[in-house]
Structures are given as structure tokens and as C-alpha cells.
Design a protein around this ligand. Structure first.
Ligand SMILES: NC(=O)c1ccc[n+]([C@@H]2O[C@H](COP(=O)([O-])OP(=O)(O)OC[C@H]3O[C@@H](n4cnc5c(N)ncnc54)[C@H](OP(=O)(O)O)[C@@H]3O)[C@@H](O)[C@H]2O)c1
Length: 346
């Protein structure tokens, strides 16, 4: 069975998810939406993805032809030929699309900009693939929550109890976004605790976690500063924690002192060097020499490429919802190998 996938919102996340889906042999892109014939349409044409209009209004659909793009119809037409839709519209916009997906009878996946309360179900492969099997819809959690889950879920699985405090040092804007800031300030998120840490509990409620956040003038990555309290008798050492993470998918561990990769700038340069499309890094990056377990307290830093760590998670979420792969590790391996082959980086 080849799963027919629609992308509603062909922006930063949507264009990446489209290519990750296109790389898989068990799914295909049946169309992507644009609100109007502007930036992004040329890319869709080059990739061979049918363009649909975000809206069903005939004048908005006709505007594409006037600008020289073939438009195959409105969102309703796209949903008719899809098994599942990946909603990659801007945060908080997606909620208004839910009724359309439900009336069309397609499965749906929202992104981290939507609230868990709206979807009632959230997803990240390492935490709750099994719970999402055959569900009607879900929400792939945000880039920060995805990154936190990658290191915290295996720790929780080992310890059976975990209490976490973390500080999110957040990029101000994506590189292609000229409308946001700050450009010369550090901006604390004054809603304390911030939503980032507690959002982990939407996929792994057993982990007790709080966070604070600041936005800083950088566009390339987030950094998490994490302090985790392990229970008595955890039986771990700094080395065994590192070893545990090195066996998990989608975590890169490197020694900053040895490699010279000591900042997010070098992490991103590394992603470009290894030929990742758009310079993306689907894995999270943990500095091995920044990990330290003292008694029951574990300290570490990790860097998150905000535009891309959620991309392969969307592919795995499709398999969960369609019920075509029940083993999260098997899905993750298939997703990652297919993307690597597609990008010629094996
Ligand atoms: N960027 C990140 O770092 C990041 C990381 C993880 C998760 N997310 C989440 O992913 C989602 C998408 O974010 P993004 O960064 O990709 O946003 P984005 O770059 O602004 O792209 C959103 C796209 O949605 C389209 N759109 C606008 N209104 C729409 C509607 N009513 N229905 C469908 N599509 C609509 C826009 O299309 P046109 O260009 O055609 O006008 C735009 O291309 C959000 O929930 C966000 O929180 C973002």
C-alpha cells in the first residue's frame, strides 16, 4: 500500500516534510497547498508536487493560472485524493482546518504550533508511537519537545522516575524569516514555567518537567540547558548515560574539545559538510564533554535544529496513524535510511 499524503502549508516545515515523504517507498505526495501564487510555488513545480490552493474560492484558484502555475483545485479537491494530510500551516491556524479534515474523512497530523488540547493526541516516535497506532489524528510535538524527548525518554525508561528542570535558549527566528526578533536583546519568556518542558508530558506524562525560556539573537539553533534528578539506585554513570544515548536513533554525541564543534555555528557547519539538504540536522546534538552525572543530578546541554528535527517524526507519525508499522524503531530506521539515500548521503 502506498499512502497518499497531502501537505497543507508549504512553508518552512511543509517543504521539508514533503521531501522526507517523497523519499519513502511506502508513501507519496499527492499535492501541496499555497495560499497564493508566490514564493514556494517554483520549488513545488521543480519537485513535481501538484499545487493546490489553500482555499476553495474559484478566484483564488484562478490566480495561480494567471501567474503561470498549474493549480489542481482547492483544499477540498486535494483532500479527496489523500489518505492523510500533514497540516504545516502557521501555528494556531491549523485548528481552523480540523473540521475540513474530519468532514473529508482523511487522517490528519498537526504541528507543534497547535495545542495538545485541540488534537487530544500528540506524537514523538521515541515516546508514544504505539499509542498513536490507527488514531484518526495527532500532533507532532514542537522541535523543542521532540529534542527533549529524545534524551529524556530513554533516561526515564531506565530509571522509572525522572524530575527535570531545563532552560531553553531559543533562536529568535528561522533564517528565512525577516519579521521577528529580537536582533539585539535577550528576551525572557515571562510566562513561568514556559510551555516547552511541560509539553513533554503530552507524550510522556510520567516525566516530571518544568522549563524557563529566553529568546536570543540567533537564527540557527536552540540550545537546552538541562538538569535532571534521577532516583536513588539509578545505577548510572556519566559514561553509561552517554552510552545509552549513543544507542538511540537521532542523537549525535560529539566531544566539543576534540572536534572543535563548541558552538551551534559549528554544529550547523557540520550539517552542511555532510551534505544535508538545506543544511538540516534531523538529529539532536549533545556535547559529550558537557554531560556530567554527580550523585543523582545529571547536567547536560543539547542543540536542536528547529527547522528539521520534527521532519522525520512526521513520516513515522504517518505510519503510526495508518497502522502500517507498529515498531517505532523499525519505522525510524526506514525513514532515516530512505532520507539518506534520497539525499545521496549514505
Ligand atoms: N519553523 C520552525 O522552526 C518550526 C519547528 C517545529 C514546528 N513548527 C511548527 O510547524 C508549523 C508550521 O510552521 P512553519 O515554520 O513551517 O511556518 P511557515 O514557514 O510560516 O509556513 C506556513 C505555511 O502555511 C501556509 N498557510 C498560511 N495560512 C494557511 C492556512 N490557513 N492553511 C494552510 N496553510 C496556510 C503559508 O503559505 P503561503 O506561503 O502559501 O502563504 C506558509 O507557507 C507551526 O505549527 C509551527 O509552530 C515550526
Amino acid at each position: 500500500m502506498v499512502i497518499k499524503v497531502a501537505i497543507n502549508g508549504y512553508g518552512t516545515i511543509g517543504k521539508r516534510v514533503a521531501d522526507a515523504v517523497d523519499a519513502q517507498d511506502d508513501m507519496e505526495i499527492v499535492g501541496v497547498t499555497k495560499t497564493r501564487p508566490a514564493f514556494g510555488c517554483d520549488l513545488a513545480v521543480r519537485k513535481g508536487y501538484p499545487i493546490y490552493c489553500t482555499y476553495d474560492d474559484s478566484d483564488k484558484i484562478a490566480a495561480f493560472a494567471s501567474a503561470g502555475y498549474e493549480c489542481h483545485g482547492g483544499l477540498t479537491d486535494l483532500l479527496e485524493v489523500a489518505d492523510i494530510v500533514i497540516d504545516c500551516s502557521p501555528g494556531k491556524v491549523g485548528a481552523s482546518n480540523l473540521d475540513k479534515y474530519q468532514s473529508a474523512g482523511v487522517k490528519w497530523i498537526f504541528q507543534g504550533g497547535e495545542k495538545h488540547a485541540m488534537t487530544g493526541m500528540s506524537y514523538t516516535s521515541s515516546a508514544n508511537h504505539a499509542e498513536n497506532l490507527n488514531a484518526d489524528g495527532t500532533r507532532v510535538v514542537s522541535c523543542n519537545t521532540t529534542g527533549l524527548s529524545r534524551t529524556l525518554v530513554p533516561l526515564y525508561n531506565h530509571c522509572g522516575k525522572l524530575s527535570v528542570e531545563c532552560t531553553m535558549i531559543r533562536r529568535a527566528a528561522d533564517p528565512g524569516d525577516s519579521s521577528k526578533g529580537p536582533i539585539n536583546a535577550i528576551k525572557p519568556v515571562l510566562k513561568v514555567p514556559s510551555h516547552h518542558g511541560p509539553d513533554v508530558m503530552t507524550v510522556k506524562p510520567e516525566i516530571s518537567i518544568n522549563s524557563m525560556a529566553v529568546a536570543v539573537p540567533t537564527t540557527i539553533m536552540h540550545v537546552h540547558v538541562i538538569v535532571a534528578q534521577l532516583p536513588d539506585g539509578h545505577g548510572l554513570t556519566t559514561e553509561s548515560v552517554i552510552d545509552m544515548w549513543s544507542k538511540q536513533p537521532r542523537i549525535i554525541l560529539m566531544d566539543g574539545g576534540e572536534t572543535g564543534i563548541t558552538t551551534t555555528a559549528e554544529v550547523m557547519e557540520y550539517a552542511r559538510d555532510i551534505g544535508r539538504k538545506w543544511g538540516d540536522l534531523h538529529e539532536i546534538f549533545v556535547w559529550r564533554d558537557g554531560v556530567k552525572l554527580e550523585g543523582n543530578t545529571l547536567y547536560y546541554f543539547q542543540a536542536i535544529h528547529q527547522e528539521s528535527d520534527v521532519i522525520p517524526e512526521n513520516v513515522d507519525a504517518i505510519r503510526a496513524l495508518m497502522g502500517t508499522e507498529s515498531d517505532w524503531l523499525a519505522s525510524v530506521a526506514k525513514t532515516d535510511q530512505s532520507i539518506a539515500k534520497y539525499n545521496n548521503i549514505l
